[in-house]
Design a protein around this ligand. Structure first.
Ligand code: NDP
Length: 329
């Protein structure tokens, strides 16, 4: 029986195009678990994989979708049986391996985690890779001493996927949150997620000649990188940590080492793709415990497979607000 998938093809001139096509199961890649996908999402990387590829896609034709949640249909691995609800993020699925923009996916059992108790498959994908990574960032900051009552935690790219979930989690945990956004119209949205302060992007987007400014932030979840991250390093409180998650504003880091040497600032790298299983289960458990589902609902816009080519372009332009949940059925 056929099923629908978003297939990205590349022509002889190297131009990619994406369309919804009916395909059969024999075209799925090798793997020990076949999953009937309920929902997927749109992350920044998906924008690259639906569109130009960004050096991430290994071979065409390709099915993107770096995360999905659904129900096991067949399994040759003892850990999973038909009917089990599962979530997948990372492991280069949707890049090097066919991903979640299809009604079925076949993957390695090692890549899956059981759907966390208390979440539906739709909620898990409202969180998705972006929200999972936001939780990893908050966990890393707390593991390095972040505590409530020390002043605001900065979230950059606040109205995006990582930023929205980070804002909601931090606020729910009792932190004061300052959100950096380039979209002033998202102020009410960010305040509804729990931000108490909005920092306009232009205030913090350029390198400052002074390597140290006044100590403003007790921690930072940074989805932007580039000049903004460099600037933020010089604004952190003594001994505070910045979790570097993303590069929406650029991969270069035009910084000095002065904040590390004179203020003991820590720069913590966050990778969601190769996280070990135990830490994945821990992060999903923390999400189920700390992310208020009413706030998650506020972030979500629904979509279908046919909407993905446009949404892919939008997220690369920084025009997606919050999280997109793709109902593949
Ligand atoms: P989104 O596009 O949803 O969010 C990014 C946000 O950054 C935008 O919404 C915008 O927020 C801000 N932004 C965009 N362009 C610029 C710019 N030029 N300068 C300053 N700010 C900008 O993407 P995601 O939340 O899905 O991902 C965010 C980043 O995190 C990406 O770089 C992604 O690759 C990375 N990422 C990394 C992971 C990891 O494992 N390390 C996992 C998941 C994501 P606003 O409009 O509020 O200013």
């Amino acid at each position: 029986m056929g099923f629908n998938a978003l297939i990205v093809e590349k022509d002889e001139e190297g131009k990619t195009s994406a369309s919804v096509q009916e395909i059969t199961e024999d075209r799925l890649p090798a793997g020990d678990v076949t999953v009937a996908v309920d929902f997927s999402t749109v992350n920044y990387k998906d924008g690259l994989c639906v569109g130009p590829g960004g050096g991430l896609v290994r071979a065409y034709p390709h099915v993107p979708g770096i995360d999905f949640a659904g129900t096991v249909e067949a399994s040759s691995d003892d850990r999973y049986k038909p009917g089990d609800k599962v979530v997948l993020t990372g492991w280069r699925v949707g890049e090097a391996h066919w991903g979640g923009y299809a009604q079925k996916a076949r993957v390695k059992a090692d890549w899956l985690v059981p759907l966390p108790e208390g979440l539906t498959t739709r909620q898990a994908m409202a969180v998705g890779t972006a929200g999972f990574t936001a939780m990893l960032a908050v966990m890393a900051l707390e593991d390095h001493g972040l505590k409530t009552g020390n002043g605001p935690v900065l979230v950059t790219g606040a109205a995006g996927g990582v930023g929205s979930v980070a804002t909601a989690i931090l606020a729910a945990k009792g932190y004061e949150v300052a959100g950096v956004t380039g979209r002033p119209e998202t102020e009410n949205y960010l305040k509804s997620l729990g931000a108490s302060q909005i920092v306009p992007r232009e205030e913090i987007n350029e390198t400052n000649k002074r390597p140290l400014e006044s100590e403003s932030w007790s921690g930072c979840v940074d989805a932007v990188g580039g000049a903004m991250l460099a600037r933020v390093l010089g604004q952190m409180k003594y001994g505070a940590s910045v979790a570097a998650v993303g590069l929406a504003g650029g991969a270069a880091l035009p910084a000095t080492v002065i904040p590390f040497l004179l203020r003991g600032i820590n720069l913590l790298g966050i990778d969601s793709v190769m996280q070990p299983y135990e830490n994945r289960v821990r992060a999903w458990g923390e999400i189920a415990r700390h992310l208020p589902m009413s706030k998650l609902d506020e972030m979500v816009q629904p979509a279908t497979l046919a909407d993905l080519p446009k949404l892919g372009r939008d997220i690369l332009k920084g025009q997606v607000k919050g999280r997109v949940v793709v109902d593949v059925n």
